[in-house]
Write a protein that binds this ligand. Structure first.
Ligand code: GLC
Length: 842
């Protein structure tokens, strides 16, 4: 939120200069002169003394690492990579005079010796999946130096791939762009970009991972290079896709699907899985820059409760601190945080506090109290300790680096130092001691009001595992390491609780430590429309827990926009209404009862769908498959989905097609093949076609996939308000079958990692004569108290009897079990005692 026009102009000029660069002019790597190999890799020694190492990590995961005109260095370190040791897959190598072929069970890498071109093929069919358009290249002559951020520390490196005539591109993390990135180009350079609009690039995050899809077969490329990087998906040439960076290594990982979910699962193997956040993180959240004093927070919560609106979390923005000093509390505004947090907890509400990386620069001789409630005006413990321990970033010449952020002159921690990360993490006791439930990390691009482009930081040195590297390399990983410090700190401070961290900036791998939101959006219809491809692309880039400020952050919204925003975000993992300091108030009730009533309906529905959402979240944790997905993820053989980004899926089973413009009350919705059910009317449709659907303000078009069983819970105003008593709504497929595996655990502790969870598979089949429902013996050691499970199915069948485990089920059993047919709906209730059960109705 500062003067941001200048950086925009600079960035636009810069983008123009790079997009116009002719990558073909760079020096190409030499031909293959000799080949050597070891257990899991092949080294190509080139005629120009360059080297390429091709490492076989898994049958479908191949790493390509090159160094130009010199040998590959021994040092091989990345902050993004989680898994470094892989069991060697089966592979073989065949050398001919003209090529080297390296083959696993899934991929054949064919290297042409001269010129050196690398091609990835499907090992079974021989089909070419991805092929170099020109050899790997580097800027030996300094052609691109003039446009580089720091020409002194890097040499531009690039890879070029053939652009398929019908190739589509997805992922690349957080980009203000549509879903399919074909014919666009992008830059990665973490940037504070308030009020960004579609096309603004770069914005906050860097995830140099993309997916390509052609002829129904998908691959992924992760260019693990933290320098300022570039991706061009056929924008500057009709033949070529290229990616490159202003330094560092040519180092990429090639993933072969051909199915998209398989690639994301491998990407999660490599860069880490999102741990499960606490279940309440899926609850509704409310924020404002800023709610203070304490009485204001109480009032917000009181309004929520009085209006019967669900709420789990309130966020405290920067004004809770003493003069923006992180790890302190303003005693006038929040005299007793513990008492306030306890009071809110009794109403089912948790507090999340913002923490920025900027530590107020406050040199003094006086000593300070470590008590975050005591005045730090004279002396500030965080600054003092960081200075004493030498944890703050310095410039090359040894001077302290002093950027300007909210507290005015500030300092940043060198998070590449393990001890500094530990110290930073431990500082969070200033929050956890009082019961703060989560940390919202902001401004961690890192933003610097002196100069948002990073030039003011150009000579800032980070320890970087002894490499003492500069900003050009470290900027894009700053947030990742701050997230790591925070997450690990929370884990230490509260080992029995799952950390909940939200971040604005990031690098690949951030999912191990933090969830994210899309920063300072606009309260506009364009902003709302953009949020869908952004969530989807983030999901396809390994970040499953995403959301944006509901209603938009900047500018003035209105009731219609806010309502339609909730009709997107009520199914986004992160559902938080937030507004800038000078914006018109935006809580759900601010535009009158008409809108509030509709918003309530969607918030209530979110909580009813919690068993479904939580199960889908656990799938994301385990498999890397995002909750909020583009249709192409589930239907990659269907070309109708390839650029569809005005509708989305949640998991495999819910399809939502929100309204994204004002005054519209119906829209076209694409339903992929198979039967679909209108969520509101239960009307059945046959997919593979576009349908027109009514969407008055109170209705978001929403469909359930035939074959699904949607588990629902009781209506609640916060997570845990009522005991779980799942009811399963059955939507048969064309064969009358459907199934779901419900995931449950304690929702708060990390014990799920040790098997303390319960997975319950439910199946149903319907014929014209009868309906069968089975509940398998649950997996996992998490026990639920005896409870009622309900099953609901819309059916023509009018059962004469319902049999449970071979015995007739009475209509209303003493124990709460029973069945009834009312209207079209057959409801069966059974006691869940943790044992398998089968129901037959005929
Ligand atoms: C940044 C954040 C925004 C926050 C503000 C004040 O603009 O993106 O969410 O409200 O800073 O902390």
């Amino acid at each position: 939120m500062k003067n941001y026009l200048l950086p925009i102009v600079c960035i636009l000029l810069f983008v123009a200069s790079v997009a116009g660069q002719d990558i073909t002019r760079l020096e190409k790597i030499g031909d293959v002169a000799s080949v050597s190999r070891n257990d899991n890799s092949v080294v190509l020694n080139c005629s120009d003394n360059s080297q390429i190492r091709i490492t076989l990590l898994a049958p479908d995961l191949i790493r390509v690492r090159a160094s130009f005109s010199k040998q590959l260095p021994n040092r091989d370190h990345s902050w993004a990579i989680d898994k470094t040791s892989w069991p060697t897959p089966r592979w073989n190598i065949v050398e001919t005079a003209s090529s080297v072929s390296i083959k696993t069970d899934a991929v054949e890498v064919v290297v042409r010796r001269s010129p050196l071109l690398i091609e990835f093929r499907d090992a079974k069919t021989g089909a070419v999946i991805n092929a170099d358009q020109q050899p790997l290249a580097y800027d030996a002559k300094g052609l691109l130096k003039s446009m580089m951020f720091d020409p002194d520390v890097g040499v531009f490196v690039a890879a070029s791939k053939k652009l398929g005539f019908d190739e589509h591109f997805y992922g690349l993390g957080e980009k203000a762009s549509r879903l399919d990135k074909r014919r666009s180009s992008f830059i990665n350079w973490n940037s504070d970009t308030p009020g960004y609009v579609e096309g603004r690039d770069p914005i906050y995050q860097t995830v140099p991972f993309y997916l390509g899809l052609e002829n129904g077969a998908a691959y992924g490329i992760f260019f693990d290079n933290s320098f300022k990087s570039y991706f061009d998906f056929g924008k500057s040439s009709q033949q070529r896709v290229w990616f490159g960076a202003e330094g560092g290594e040519m180092n990429y990982y090639f993933f072969y699907g051909p199915q998209l979910p398989k690639i994301l699962s491998r990407y999660a193997d490599l860069t880490g899985r999102m741990p499960l956040p606490p279940m309440w993180a899926l609850g509704n959240q409310q924020s404002r820059w800023s709610y203070y004093p304490e009485a204001m927070v109480d009032e917000v919560v009181r309004q929520y409760r009085q209006r019967d609106l669900p709420l789990d979390v309130v966020h405290l923005d920067i004004d809770y601190m003493q003069g923006y000093r992180v790890f302190t509390w303003n005693q006038n505004r929040f005299p007793n945080p513990k008492e306030m947090i306890t009071r809110l907890a009794q109403q089912g509400v948790k507090i999340v506090t913002i923490v920025d990386p900027g530590v107020k620069h406050q040199p003094t001789e006086a000593s300070a109290s470590r008590d975050p409630l005591t005045s730090q005006e004279q002396s500030y413990y965080v600054f003092n300790e960081g200075i004493a321990r030498n944890y703050f970033q310095k410039r090359k010449d040894g001077r302290l680096f002093v950027p300007r952020v909210w507290p005015g002159e500030s300092v940043f921690v060198d998070y590449t130092l393990p001890d500094a990360r530990r110290w930073w993490g431990d500082l969070h006791r200033a929050y956890t001691d009082f019961g703060v439930a989560g940390i919202w990390m902001d401004m961690n691009e890192p933003a610097d009001f002196v100069d948002q482009s990073g030039k003011n930081q150009i000579d800032v040195v980070s320890n970087d595992e002894g490499d003492n590297s500069t900003h050009a390399k470290n900027r894009n990983v700053f947030a990742l390491l701050m997230a790591r410090a925070t997450y690990e700190g929370l884990e230490r401070l509260q080992p029995d609780k799952r950390p909940y961290v939200i971040t604005r900036a990031a690098y690949a791998g951030v999912q191990r430590y933090a969830t994210m939101w899309t920063g300072d959006t606009n309260s506009t219809w364009d902003g709302l429309s953009l949020s869908i491809p952004m969530f989807q692309s983030l999901g396809l880039s390994g970040q499953p827990f995403v959301g944006s400020d509901v209603g938009g952050f900047m500018g003035r919204g209105n009731g219609e926009l806010l309502t339609r925003s909730y009709q997107v975000s009520f199914l986004a993992p992160f559902c938080r209404n937030h507004k800038t300091i000078d914006g018109y108030d935006q809580e759900p009730w601010r535009f009158g009862k008409h809108y509030e009533d509709i918003i309530r309906k969607y918030l209530k529905l979110r909580y009813e769908l919690m068993p479904f959402l939580y199960t889908t979240l656990e799938t994301a944790h385990r498999t890397g498959a995002p909750l909020f997905r583009p249709l192409v993820f589930n239907y990659q053989d269907d070309s109708n989905t390839y650029n569809l980004d005005d509708q989305f899926m949640v998991g495999d089973d819910l399809l939502v097609a929100p309204i994204l413009s004002p005054g519209i009350t119906s829209r076209l919705v694409y339903l992929p093949r198979g039967p679909w059910y209108d969520y509101w009317t239960n009307k059945k449709y046959s997919g593979g076609t576009m349908i027109r659907v009514d969407a008055p303000l109170e209705t978001v078009p929403m469909f359930v996939r035939g074959g699904a069983i949607i588990p629902k819970g009781p209506p609640m105003n916060f997570i845990g308000e009522k005991p779980a008593a799942p009811s399963f709504v059955i939507f048969p497929d064309a064969q009358g079958k459907s199934q779901f595996s419900l995931y449950e655990d304690d929702g708060v502790s990390p014990a799920y990692k040790e098997g303390l969870y319960r997975r319950t598979r439910v199946q149903a089949s319907e014929t014209s004569q009868d309906i069968n429902i089975t509940v398998d013996a649950p997996q996992g050691s998490f026990k639920t108290p005896n409870r009622i499970l309900s099953f609901l199915i819309s059916t023509r069948l009018l059962p004469r009897q319902v049999v449970l485990d071979g015995r007739t089920l009475s209509k209303a059993g003493q124990d709460g079990s029973g069945w009834q047919k009312s209207g079209d709906t057959l409801t069966v209730r059974i006691v869940d005692d943790g044992k398998p059960h089968s129901v037959n109705a005929k």
